[in-house]
Ligand binder design. Structure first.
Ligand code: SF4
Length: 344
């Protein structure tokens, strides 16, 4: 059975088998920003169909890396967690959590083949790596066939265990692309927004074309190259600032799938070795107001979600660096070794 919500289709099979269990009467629900407009509809559907009480996580949820603590869930008497709109991160082993934790993908119902067809004249070379995000993964093989029919040689890469499926990219993991980068001339990214495509460009250095089914547009390699240069100029500026900084804070992200505490400790040691002052900060959520609480810090280094340092650059009063950018600032790496920060 499928439940259609807006332009998404939700397979209800796993929800049926979880919520028809007698011992589950209170459920913690997490939704990504894109589904929040349907929140009342989703809660009504779940409560009425399964006779359960839904507690909605009112914090923003950007990925399956962000799961609530089980102690907290027990205190509020919840017996299961459902996250709709994300695929699980296998390396987090969500099946080992003591409370059942279900990830239910929200597949886009928009057609993709028409926009992919439009993108074909923009592709460089014949060997094409195909990547996409969770909501379009079910179209991957149709896209592959369409490319073959048009005499391209498509490749779909298998990344690390942070990824649920071959061909999938996350904002923090492009290994489904980097593993095939040597074999392809360019990448076709099927999805929306520039973030994944820019990450791909930085991670693989191959040309990228976006076929965007939501915007019904193709974004070509030259537009993306310009955006890449703009992004690199921003990052170069942040690194130059960090070279002069006296006090650098290293942030540990407390969300379970973003936790890189050992890495943070190593970075802190590098800062000390460079003769700079440093403190470690631990936080669930990093926001401009969080950064403003530490006016005595010149620069922050985030080991949490790599999107924070890059995406919201203009919202922060102080530069936030990725770990790799810190290494460039401390002259442990050269600028031409710059790569996108990824969590594996
Ligand atoms: S770390 Fe960031 S990019 Fe990766 S899954 Fe979490 S929110 Fe998404």
């Amino acid at each position: 059975m499928k439940k259609i919500i807006g332009s998404y289709s939700i397979d209800t099979k796993s929800i049926d088998s979880l919520l028809t269990q007698k011992n589950i009467n209170q459920v913690f629900l997490q939704l990504p920003e894109g589904l929040h407009q349907y929140v009342a509809n989703i809660i009504n559907w779940l409560e009425e169909t399964y006779q359960v009480t839904i507690l909605l996580d009112a914090n923003p949820n950007y990925g399956s890396c962000d799961l609530p603590s089980e102690d907290m869930l027990k205190k509020i008497n919840v017996q299961a967690v459902i996250q709709i709109g994300h695929l699980p991160i296998p390396s987090m082993q969500p099946e080992k959590r003591s409370l059942p934790t279900l990830f239910v993908n929200a597949q886009s119902t928009l057609p993709v083949l028409q926009i992919v067809e439009k993108s074909l004249p923009h592709l460089s070379g014949k060997k094409i790596g195909i990547v996409t995000t969770a909501q379009h993964l079910h179209h991957l093989h149709e896209i592959e066939k369409l490319l073959e029919k048009n005499e391209f040689d498509p490749f779909i890469g298998k990344g690390t265990t942070r990824l649920f499926s071959p061909g999938q990219v996350l904002g923090c993991n492009f290994t489904a692309a980097t593993t095939i980068s040597k074999n392809v001339n360019s990448f076709l990214f099927v999805g929306t927004g520039l973030f994944h495509a820019l990450g791909l460009l930085l991670a693989t250095t191959k040309p990228v074309i976006i076929a965007d089914p939501y915007g019904n547009q193709v974004i070509d390699a030259s537009t993306l190259q310009e955006k890449k240069q703009q992004l690199l100029r921003q990052r170069y500026g942040a690194i130059a600032f960090a070279k002069q900084a006296k006090r650098i804070a290293v942030i540990i992200g407390l969300k379970p799938g973003q936790l890189r505490s050992e890495y943070a400790l190593k970075l802190q040691q590098k800062i000390k070795n460079a003769g700079k002052q440093t403190i470690l900060l631990a936080a669930e959520t990093i926001s401009p107001s969080f950064i403003d609480r530490f006016p005595f810090i010149d620069v922050f280094v985030s080991t949490a979600c790599p999107r924070i340092a890059i995406d919201d650059y203009n919202s922060y009063r102080k530069p936030i660096l990725t770990p790799i950018e810190l290494e460039v600032a401390l002259q442990e790496k050269k600028w031409d070794e710059y790569v996108f920060d990824e969590i594996n």
